[in-house]
Unconditional design. Structure first.
Length: 343
């Protein structure tokens, strides 16, 4: 399969992943919903701001979800992910927030100072070959203000409440129960992992190390969080983890946790890279050269966390055009592993 064809196949799989997760969070959509493992709302929003530009119904469903559930978005965590991952244009995120839930706009005021104040208008929705999609006669004033041209947004009433049962909405339900703070993410992590260090949890949960260290220290005083030290590092674990899981989720069997904070930015970067590699009718040799530079930049470290033994890239990359089929095979294996257990 040529890289041009694989680009379309990869995009299809990314849209399927996004739809599955949004359906699990309450959208009416196509196909099956995501099953078993908890969904990360902020990571999913960042991801959809990229891939959703190829599917207006998906993107507008996300806007409607924010309109209904914006109060459950963790603002400080979202700002940190935006700043560190750099996979979403800040102004696109601001347009999404203002169109979905204007009351959140002031909470993201600091983002408005990031980057240049100059706004270069660009189309929001793109076709199969990155061509701008028609905007219609009337532009949406909110997105236009932030530099993105599209037809006027219309709430299509496809979003219901997020389900109050199951593992998929666990993080949202923990926020509703404990509040919008680091402890909801930390409890979610401790439920999915047998133990973890403050450093590992800070990275996976999208918080600074001091915030996580203080929260874990206080949580350990409850008697429900255990602390162990081998002299070099401290590990925290949730006492009677299986009982907690059964109580909060309602069924036995803890799934393998997915580090969406690392995985989804890597998928976004890969989505953008495939567009870049195939631009201006590049030859297979040119595509392979662009692909090699991307793989050497180590931009896919997050995706490799899904299955380290199936690592994409590596030290010995095939030469020339032989790189393309090897890369495709590696990515497909990673995505298959990510989707294990899904209907």
């Amino acid at each position: 399969m040529q890289l041009n064809d694989y680009k379309l196949e990869f995009r299809k799989r990314m849209l399927d992943l996004a739809w599955r997760q949004w359906v699990a969070l309450g959208l009416q959509g196509y196909g099956a919903k995501w099953k078993h493992s908890p969904i990360d709302p902020e990571a999913l929003i960042m991801f959809t701001c990229e891939v959703g530009r190829r599917d207006q119904r998906l993107f507008d469903g996300m806007v409607e979800w924010v309109e209904r559930n914006g109060r459950w978005i963790n603002v400080s965590r979202a700002k940190r992910l935006l700043r560190e991952t750099k996979v979403v244009p800040y102004k696109l995120f601001l347009g999404l927030v203002e169109r979905g839930d204007p009351t959140l706009t002031s909470k993201f005021k600091a983002i408005q100072t990031w980057g240049s104040d100059e706004i270069q208008p660009m189309p929001l929705f793109l076709g199969p070959d990155a061509e701008p999609m028609p905007t219609g006669r009337t532009l949406d004033p909110v997105f236009q203000q932030w530099g993105f041209l599209r037809n006027t947004y219309e709430n299509r009433k496809i979003c219901g409440p997020f389900p109050g049962v199951g593992a998929e909405t666990l993080l949202l339900r923990l926020r509703a129960f404990t509040g919008l703070n680091a402890r909801a993410e930390l409890l979610n992590y401790l439920l999915l992992h047998s133990s973890g260090s403050p450093r590992a949890m800070a990275r996976a949960c999208g918080y600074g190390a001091p915030t996580v260290t203080l929260a874990l220290s206080e949580m350990s005083e409850s008697g429900w969080v255990d602390l162990q030290s081998d002299g070099r590092r401290v590990l925290y674990s949730l006492r009677d983890r299986e009982k907690w899981w059964s109580l909060l989720v309602g069924w036995p069997g803890i799934p393998k946790g997915v580090d969406w904070v690392a995985v989804m930015p890597a998928l976004c970067q890969l989505h953008v890279m495939l567009e870049e590699a195939c631009r201006d009718e590049a030859s297979p040799r040119q595509q392979a050269s662009r692909l090699r530079r991307f793989l050497e930049s180590k931009s896919l470290q997050g995706l490799n966390l899904v299955a380290p033994e199936l690592r994409i890239g590596g030290n010995r990359l095939p030469s020339g055009e032989e790189l393309i089929p090897v890369f495709q095979q590696q990515v497909d294996q990673i995505l298959d592993r990510l989707m294990e257990g899904q209907p």
